[in-house]
Write a protein that binds this ligand. Structure first.
Ligand code: ASP
Ligand code: MG
Length: 480
């Protein structure tokens, strides 16, 4: 018997049919004798609608608010109608939905009166997505004779007050999980909200978009689970985005390090922080498809050299801009890079990639598009004096670019991988604007014009497919 943490994403709980599929998956694992704890996302689309409701509340758009409230209610009602046979259970589940939606409207009214939303208010508003879905799913499961109990993760996940992207306070969280949740899981299957935490003084926070994965990993760690299973709507982690190259295939095995790079650089499968809580405990993670449960999915684990595969996957990040700081007077002037990055951080920008030419006369870095203007202004303000003295030129912003990342831990210790990547691009006339290699040596990132995206991904993906195929033939890299 194993103890399994299972997380079901938005599409996996997006309709009555999908939720029935979830119930079947859970029932089957229980029948196999496993001990389970479940984390669920909001029903697909609901988080976006709730964010929109905060905007509608701010602008006093009552009609839109009513429409949004109606759509969210109907989604949950439809699940209740379809999957709960008992009339009185149906009634009480609908009442729960109604009272949460009233609380949501009250919050919207409060925002409307103030005429402004805050990150704190926004977190309170989006929290309703998971609070609703978890209750309805728990009601469905118990109506179908599973012994479950609903919990709000905010009871256990204690975070800092960085609203909308909060980080857990690990010790407080561990104590809460061990005292409050661990004693329950032998007798019931907990159905827990994803996404939300709370500050030590009880204000609701969220752990960033897609944060339910991270929440599930935290529970998996502190409940000492044998495995974390992320149930989603694709068969597993893929060699590349199938929309860019239809030859994309599922990777049977990916290391913790590789999945970290993949998630950070654009693969949407997992929240980038998901492996943080489980990596030291070496808890395996599996990505599986709720709608194709016979597929084994992708196993994510600690073995680094699981295969001969050098290049495993290609990802891309769109909607980024590259900022270049350059100037003949920069050579030997210490601290310019440091001040630039501090100024960017103060402007609220997350830097995705940094690269410096060895001449020290320029360096460039990449931020998401909407931040580019603010970062340029902040950096120019910071470097005002150097710019006035012509030591530094004004900050150059380049748009319509993409970051491509080539991932594979076999690159470590395999010379010539970067050479192969860039000579291939050169041979295909794809111009590389900047390059960076992480110190983990498990990925290489570079920047190209957006118009070259599909071509570059397809070319590089051929390299990945080649090595993945070698693994398959040799029986390497597959845990099964
Ligand atoms: N519902 C949240 C989102 O859409 C969190 C999650 O699903 O992981 O971002
Ligand atoms: Mg997700």
């Amino acid at each position: 018997m194993s103890r399994l943490m299972m997380k079901f994403g938005g599409t996996s709980v997006g309709s009555a049919a999908a939720i029935q599929q979830v119930v079947d998956v859970v029932r089957q694992h229980l029948a196999e004798g496993h001990n389970l704890a479940l984390v669920v996302s909001a029903m697909a689309g609901v988080t976006d609608l709730l964010l929109e409701s905060a905007a509608a509340a701010t602008s006093g758009d009552h009609d839109r608010l009513r429409v949004i409230g109606g759509i969210i209610r109907d989604k949950h009602y439809a699940v209740i109608e379809t999957l709960i046979a008992d009339a009185s259970l149906r009634e009480s589940s609908r009442n729960e939905v109604d009272s949460l939606l009233r609380a949501h409207m009250d919050l919207c009214d409060a925002i409307g009166i103030k005429g402004a939303s805050t990150p704190e208010a926004s977190d309170a508003i989006v929290s309703f997505g998971e609070r609703l879905s978890s209750r309805v799913i728990a009601a469905v499961m118990s109506a179908q004779d599973l012994r479950v109990k609903q919990f709000d993760s905010s009871q256990f996940i204690i975070t800092d007050d960085n609203f909308q992207d909060a980080d857990p306070l690990w010790e407080l969280t561990e104590a809460r999980v061990i005292d409050g949740l661990l004693p329950e899981i032998d007798s019931v299957t907990p159905v827990i909200t994803g996404f939300i935490g709370s500050t030590p003084d009880g204000k609701l926070t969220t752990l960033g978009r897609g944060g339910s994965d991270f929440i599930a990993a935290i529970f998996a760690a502190y409940l000492a689970c044998d495995e974390l299973i992320i149930w989603t709507d694709v068969d597993g982690v893929m060699t590349t985005d199938p929309r860019l190259d239809e030859r994309a295939r599922v990777l049977p095995y990916v290391s913790y390090q590789e999945i970290g790079e993949l998630a950070y650089y654009g693969a949407k499968v997992l929240h980038p922080k998901t492996v943080q809580p489980i990596v030291n405990r070496q808890i395996p993670l599996r990505v599986r498809n709720t709608f194709n449960p016979s597929h084994a999915g992708t196993l994510v684990g600690a073995r680094r050299h699981a295969s001969a595969t050098v290049i495993k996957a290609i990802t891309s990040v769109k909607n980024v801009s590259m900022l270049t700081v350059s100037g003949a007077g920069m050579l030997g002037v210490p601290g310019i890079a440091g001040r630039t990055f501090l100024a960017s951080a103060r402007a609220g920008a997350n830097i995705l990639m940094i690269s410096q030419a060895s001449s020290e006369q320029s360096f460039c870095f990449t931020v998401i598009d909407p931040m580019a203007g603010a970062v340029k202004a902040a950096v120019e303000r910071e470097l005002q004096r150097e710019i006035a003295q012509n030591d530094v030129d004004s900050v150059d912003v380049m748009r319509d670019i993409v970051i491509i990342t080539v991932v594979g831990s076999g690159m470590r210790g395999t010379p010539g991988v970067a050479g192969r990547v860039f000579s291939l691009l050169g041979a295909r006339d794809i111009n590389v604007l900047a390059i960076a290699q992480g110190s983990s040596e498990c990925s290489i990132s570079f920047i190209i014009a957006e118009e070259d995206l599909t071509r570059a991904v397809t070319e590089l993906h051929s390299l990945a497919l080649e090595t993945v195929e070698i693994d398959r033939v040799n029986g390497n890299g597959s845990p099964y």
